[in-house]
Each structure stands twice: as C-alpha cells, then as structure tokens.
Design a protein around this ligand. Structure first.
Ligand code: KIV
Ligand code: NA
Length: 262
C-alpha cells in the first residue's frame, strides 16, 4: 500500500478498509485479510490499558506498539497516533513526536483537532511526514466537547468543521478521520476535500471506514457506541470476522446509516 494508491482509491470510489491494530500477530492477520490501513490508535489506552480515556497514553507507549505492528505488517499502510501532550505545545514538539513514530515504522501520523493544528500539519508535511487529521469527536479533548457525542449537528458547528477541514487540506493533510459526524456532513466533506475521508460513525459515503479492533471483535467490555458492529456474530473465526469487515466496507454494506450513523 502507498499513499498514492490510497488517494487513487478515494478518487475512484474504491472503499478503504481500516482497523486499529496494536501488535504484530494482529498486524499479520489483518494485513493478510486485506485491511488496507492499520491504525496504531491511542485507543490502546482504553482497550489494552483499561484506562477510561486516551489522555494518559504516552508517546513511548505509542512508539512501542507502532514497532510491534510494523514488524507484523507486510503491505498495509501504518498510521501512528500522536498521543495527548505530544504535539500541542509547538510544531517542534510535534516534529519530535511524529519522527519517533516514523522511526518506529509508521508511514503517517494522525493528530486530533482543527484550527490551531493547520500550522502543525504544514510543519510536519513540509519536512516529509504525511499527516492524517481527525475531526468531529476527538477523544483526547472529549471533556471540552461535553462528552462522547455527535459533533457538527448545528449549522455553526458544521460550518466550523468544514472550515477546519479545508484549512487542514491546504496545510497538506492527506487523509482525514471523521468521528461521530452526521452522515450528510461527512458525505459533503468526502465529495469536496479531494483526500480520503475515513469514517467512524460518519456514514457509508466516506472514502473508507475504521473501527477499533476490539469493538468489532466484540471483546471490549461494556457498552458499545452506536457506530460499532459486532463482526464476530456469525463468523467462524477472528480471521473470518475481519474478512467479513473488509468485504462489508468494500461492498458498502457497512455501515448502515439507519443503524450505525447519525
Ligand atoms: O485511537 C483510535 O482508535 C482512533 C480511531 C477511533 C479513529 O483514533
Ligand atoms: Na486515536
């Protein structure tokens, strides 16, 4: 997988299948099942560490898991999440953190938020690190957003998200994750931005989909968000569940906007 191929998939409407991944064994399994992009998400704070948010996750922990995934993958694109307090204070800090993830094997880094992040994205991209932006529900700042809820429902909020997305693309972001965003708004952004838009609770019109691995394998304890589907249901094995996820994303039978969307 290459960045150009991902951009081509977006342009031609071939859907991109992404899952989170935190270790080498799953990296190999997911890669062989045809998952296009492995996201070493800071959601590992929740699913691996048992924390109630992603905020305590450290850069060293992200580096460790990125290394593990990089050893297991064969052809999938690897995105490393910049954790909370690793890119906020300056573009220089963001560079050091992003470079650590790239040295660990990430092909691209992801960071959350709009507005202030555009100059940070430009700083990284100009110096040679591809960046995926993340708008909508941004878990690192969920407290500021008033909890885990849909973002961009009101007109002013939607307009601000569109502005932030345009600024991020102008700054050089080459992918965008939209989390818990109304399907109509996500569809509009996917049509207009010219880069792949990956939805998680963003509707079926996005260029691709991402889920937290443990959520779609139904091993996350407790209540699941609306956008999660249990792919273990009816599957013969973990591998079969992942194959079904990839097939559903490609065929656009997942997500179903009436079940998983906003
Ligand atoms: O950390 C993560 O798993 C993520 C996805 C939810 C997009 O950022
Ligand atoms: Na994340």
């Amino acid at each position: 997988m290459t960045l150009q191929r991902l951009l081509d998939m977006h342009a031609s409407g071939d859907k991109i299948a992404m899952l989170t991944c935190y270790d080498a064994a799953f990296a190999t399994l997911l890669d062989e099942a045809g998952v296009d992009v492995l996201l070493v998400g800071d959601s590992l704070g929740n699913v691996l560490q048992g924390q109630s948010s992603t905020v305590p996750v450290s850069l060293d922990e992200m580096v460790y898991h990125t290394r593990c995934v990089a050893r297991g993958r064969k052809s999938a694109w690897v995105i490393g999440d910049l954790p909370f307090d690793s890119y906020q204070s300056s573009p220089q800090e963001a560079w050091k953190s992003a470079a650590a993830l790239v040295k660990a094997g990430a092909h691209m880094v992801k960071l959350e938020g709009g507005g202030w992040t555009a100059p940070v994205v430009r700083f990284l991209v100009e110096r040679g690190i591809p960046v995926c932006a993340h708008l909508g529900l941004t878990p690192q700042t969920a407290t500021m957003l008033g909890g885990y809820k849909v973002q961009g429902r009101e007109e002013a909020a939607a307009a601000l998200m569109k502005q932030h997305a345009r600024e991020l693309v102008e700054a050089g972001a080459q992918m965008l994750v939209l989390e818990m965003v109304p399907s109509a708004l996500a569809a509009e952004l996917t049509q207009s931005l010219g880069i792949p838009v990956i939805g998680i609770g963003g509707g079926v019109a996005c260029s691709g989909q991402v889920l937290v691995l443990h959520d779609m394998l139904d091993v996350t304890p407790g209540r699941r968000p609306r956008f999660v589907k249990n792919f273990m249901q009816g599957a013969a094995s973990v591998q079969d569940a992942v194959l079904r996820y990839v097939a559903a994303v490609k065929a656009q039978t997942f997500p179903q906007d009436d079940l998983h969307g906003y």
